[in-house]
Design a protein around this ligand. Structure first.
Ligand code: ATP
Ligand code: MG
Length: 230
């Protein structure tokens, strides 16, 4: 098994375009330490999700390089890289299998105790136990019996069981109502504890607690600092 990441991440003059004639990210530079919590804010279309997708190697930069623990991410095995980066997006997709399998997905051999621990961390255990079949309840891929916030909490449990050193959250509470947002945020705070975290958010209040905020516009980091500084 590959050595787990510590979780330092750096972008070195990273440029990227989906179309070679149109740059989306322009010479992005930053370096973050293991466990640092980074918020990415900026207008729609500025390149925030694109930046996250490069870290997952959904695409490779057209210029520059991305390092994790000082090594170019192209030198890691793709499945090992993705194993160690957990992602929670808006509207998580669940699979049409049991809740237990949704949580253990990609982590074969997880015990029931580990599943329950992850679900408790994610504020999901209580509502799961209220379902007639508990952890064996089969869910549908979208909507169905679970609310949006409950689905997000299953996705957080799926991330939590992997203990990833790096976590990407792409607008994980967008579209949730107040109470549900609170439960999800509490779960996210626990999930990201000790992990290098990139939170993409439109909500400036949600990023107050972050170590560093990057303000991105048209593919460039125009400002960086703590909440009081910006
Ligand atoms: P939002 O806040 O709306 O989520 P964002 O900052 O995450 O926006 P991106 O999704 O990274 O922005 O998009 C940046 C630019 O890249 C946009 O102009 C978008 O249209 C374009 N883009 C995003 N994904 C693709 C894709 N798969 N193929 C082509 N162009 C894309
Ligand atoms: Mg986006």
């Amino acid at each position: 098994k590959a050595h787990p990441f510590y979780g330092s991440v750096s972008f070195q003059d990273v440029s990227f375009g989906y179309d070679p004639n149109r740059q989306i990210l322009k010479q992005v530079n930053f370096a973050v330490e293991p466990g640092q919590q980074i918020a990415l804010v900026g207008p729609s279309g500025s390149g925030k999700s694109t930046l996250a997708s490069l870290l997952l190697r959904l695409y490779d930069p057209t210029d520059g390089g991305i390092l994790i623990d000082g090594r170019d991410i192209r030198s890691y095995k793709l499945d090992s890289l993705r194993q160690q980066i957990s992602v929670v997006m808006q509207d998580s997709v669940l699979f049409a299998v049991s809740i237990r399998e949704n949580i253990t997905y990609g982590r074969l051999g997880a015990t029931d105790a580990e599943v329950e621990h992850a679900a408790r961390l994610a504020n999901a255990h209580d509502f799961i136990m209220d379902l007639p079949q508990g952890y064996d309840t089969v869910v549908s891929e979208r909507g169905g019996t679970l609310s949006g916030g409950q689905r997000q909490r299953i996705a957080i449990a799926r991330a939590a069981i992997r203990h990833s050193p790096i976590v990407i959250l792409d607008e994980p509470t967008t579209g949730l109502d107040g109470a549900s947002e609170h439960a999800v945020n509490e779960a996210l705070n626990r999930l990201t504890q000790g992990s290098t975290t990139f939170l993409i958010s439109h909500n400036l209040r949600a990023v107050e607690r972050f170590d560093l905020i990057f303000y991105i516009e048209k593919g460039e980091i125009l400002e960086r600092g703590t909440h009081p500084e910006l």
